[in-house]
Design a protein around this ligand. Sequence first.
Ligand SMILES: *[C@@H]1O[C@H](CO)[C@@H](O)[C@H](O)[C@H]1NC(C)=O
Length: 402
Amino acid sequence: MINMEAQKSFRFSFQFYHLLLILLLQSILSNSVLAIPHKIPRLTPHRETLTRRDPNKILSASAISDDFITLFYTQTIDHFNYGPQSYATFQQRYVINFKYWGGSNSPIFAYLGAEEQIDFDLQSIGFLSANARHFSALQVYIEHRYYGESIPFGTMEQAMNDISTRGYFNSAQAIADYAEVPLHSPQELKGYLESIYTAAAQYNAPPEYPVSMICSAIDGEPTGTDILGRIFAGVNSYKKSYPCYHINDYSYQSESSLGWTWQTCSEMVMPIGRSINTMFQPSHFNLDRFIQQCERTYGVTPRPHWVTTYYGGHDIKLILRRFASNIIFSNGLKDPYSSGGVLEDISESVLAVSTVNGSHCLDIHLPAQSDPSWLVEQRNKEVEIIDGWITKYYADLLVLKK
Ligand SMILES: *[C@@H]1O[C@H](CO)[C@@H](O)[C@H](O)[C@H]1NC(C)=O
């Protein structure tokens, strides 16, 4: 009897607790659906190692291997809108490795960053590096917007706390980012190299002599190094003080390059082209095409003949001989611009001074201890000529005052 009672009460209590448990579970489940986010891991391909961004723990690409180069792409905030605020840009980080790349006919392996900074992916996404050699592939790792160093609008906290800035954080924008980055780079890499090589030639000044520096770095690579490896060695020797290379970063255009583009598109048209016998791809100057480009950029039609109409100089030597005095045309013959310079004396006081190994505007720079003797001589010669002019000026003044 007692047993029966006990059993009953046990059964009752069991049923009661069973019911309670079901109610409780239901309540937890429904609560969690409504209010508490799931605590399942993120989608990212490896286990989360850092919970907060800690700059000290972020690995630089080059710390992993010299073959990884960090670059920044000036990315559009909003790919799907043409309102003025959508043209705003931010810096999107990507890392490339062209150690095994076979050139433009070989594939590009692109890793589209997950929901975190890209630093760890360089180590952990080994599928790309493990197979890059086999496929002669270029490896590109692109960081997802709003993570790591690709956060628009300041810090992650700032970007996320503002309803107007976090709205650009969505999958369609991120995918459009990825589409823009690798498609642009080959052309921009070419443009970047062109700008480096031409600047090195124009400003091939002592004591570094950038042309020799780049060429020795290219030639100094071990036998078997491919073209891109040699190109990189050259760039690295020239830009060695830079932690990374802003190949396609238009936000850092200098005042000079912005201003000069306008000046050459309006009155100072420079008919500079490249023939077939150079290290660059041939590109002849095409006035019609140039005019079209300027019209597109500025809505202005260049006036290629205005300079000579206004200042004169159709036959520059004749004009200088008849009307000019007290001018030194100084040139360094290694400067590509010297090919358009006045290289011979025109008259007694219109003189040409040139140096075989000089570069652009070298003689008007501040003298340095390391200056080669020919540069010192060039400057001395110029001072001597100017001394002569001033002596003659005072002599003329005395004669005319009598
Ligand atoms: C110019 O430089 C070359 C190569 O360094 C050298 O051989 C030559 O003597 C130099 N010429 C003059 C005039 O300084």
